[in-house]
Design a protein around this ligand. Structure first.
Ligand SMILES: [Ca+2]
Ligand SMILES: [Ca+2]
Ligand SMILES: [Ca+2]
Ligand SMILES: [Ca+2]
Length: 368
């Protein structure tokens, strides 16, 4: 668990205590780093989840307490638990659909946040909104990927797909598949990584690409192959330079994609710093920490003695509200370090065609 996961717990002052249980027979094992844990969803509510581990007993339950100062912990009331395996009619469609990670956004426009958990989405009332049925994957990206469509879209990838949708984009509200492409070639059609970001201004909306055997190039937001080349990494994006396009962040390097000749120009190599999570090469944190609209990256030094924050030195002609004022972005900073780290996204379209940022719906507290 990384920095923000700790902050998330601290912000809501939750104590999490497992009920007493005895060791149980081994089931299918899962890594602790794949558990998705706690997210504040508005001023009064927190979404808390837990992934049962292979050595946990079948009847494991948790009690949640709020701890404040020296006061005795107060037991909290459970709001809802979504269980794909408890016999609730229709819930079986959600079995095996979750990712190693989640996103949070109001996908149906009712003013309440919903939980996007890979190929399925759970509504704010704890009931399933839809399942695409396309199964588990290791990465997804939720934002306004296609500004010509209403609402949010989801770019999702699928692990060892048994269907022709190795990568696909679907409507975040309904689950309707907007387009798809098959996975990598046999004998390993697995799609291990995927990224959606606006890197090419010749095509409206976000481009997307993925890693898998024989998967080259990238697609535009309508699913059309528009390049036979693609960035070397399929990891994080970052808003770093002056324009509204995304740059590419991988380990301690930031590069700019050159769409005309399919190459990358280094913008930053953070000497003495490195990334986390082995080959996943993820930063400690990607977030607009300092109040402009560009993102900072937090990296550890190779000797593990320092955390260093890198901010862009590149001027921009494009003003915008700080990204942390966008609730979808702010939540993406919170869930970024949950399970398989994924980069931040906004709840509005932020790409080459962006003319104006939406005004944040916030109230400034007058200074005293
Ligand atoms: Ca909603
Ligand atoms: Ca584009
Ligand atoms: Ca940029
Ligand atoms: Ca910034």
């Amino acid at each position: 668990m990384k920095l923000l996961a700790h902050l998330s717990f601290a912000a809501v002052a939750l104590g999490l205590f497992a009920s007493a249980f005895a060791a149980n027979a081994l089931r299918q094992m899962e890594k602790l780093g794949r558990g998705v844990i706690a997210l504040k969803i508005d001023d009064h509510k927190t979404f808390v989840s837990w992934r049962v581990l292979g050595t946990d007993p079948e009847a494991l339950a948790f009690n949640l307490y709020r701890a404040s100062g020296s006061d005795a912990p107060v037991k909290l009331t459970q709001r809802w638990v979504f269980d794909s395996n408890n016999g609730t009619p229709g819930n079986d469609k959600y079995r095996g659909q979750g990712n190693h990670g989640l996103s949070v956004a109001d996908v149906d426009g009712d003013g309440k946040d919903d939980i996007i958990y890979g190929a399925c989405t759970i509504g704010s009332d704890g009931k399933g909104l839809y399942s695409t049925g396309l199964g588990h994957g290791d990465a997804m990206h939720v934002s306004v990927l296609d500004p010509s469509r209403p609402g949010l879209q989801i770019f999702d990838i699928h692990e060892n797909p048994k269907h022709p949708h190795g990568v696909e984009m679907h409507d975040a509200r309904t689950g309707e598949i907007l387009w798809s492409q098959p996975g990598g070639t046999e004998p390993a059609p697995d799609v291990g990584r995927g990224l959606a970001a606006d890197i090419d201004p010749r095509f409206p909306g976000y481009e997307s690409w993925a890693s898998g055997r024989g998967m080259n190039g990238y697609w535009n937001v309508k699913g059309e192959k528009v390049s036979d080349e693609k960035p070397r990494s399929c990891n994080f994006k970052i808003w770093w330079d002056g324009d509204f396009l995304c740059e590419i962040l991988d380990s301690n390097r930031i590069t700019k994609w050159n769409w005309l000749d399919g190459t990358e120009t280094p913008l930053l190599v953070a000497e003495g710093c490195t990334s986390n999570n082995g080959t996943r090469s993820t930063p400690c944190l990607l977030a607009d920490l300092f109040g402009d609209r560009r993102e900072e990256v937090v990296l550890r030094t190779t000797d593990n003695k320092e955390l260093r924050i890198f901010t862009t030195p590149i001027p921009t002609e494009h003003r915008g509200y700080t990204l942390m004022h966008d609730p979808v972005y702010r939540l993406s900073v919170a869930w970024q370090n949950s399970a398989y780290n994924q980069p931040t996204h906004t709840g509005f379209y932020l790409g080459a065609e962006t003319k104006e940022f939406p005004r944040p719906n916030i109230v400034l507290v007058p200074s005293k």
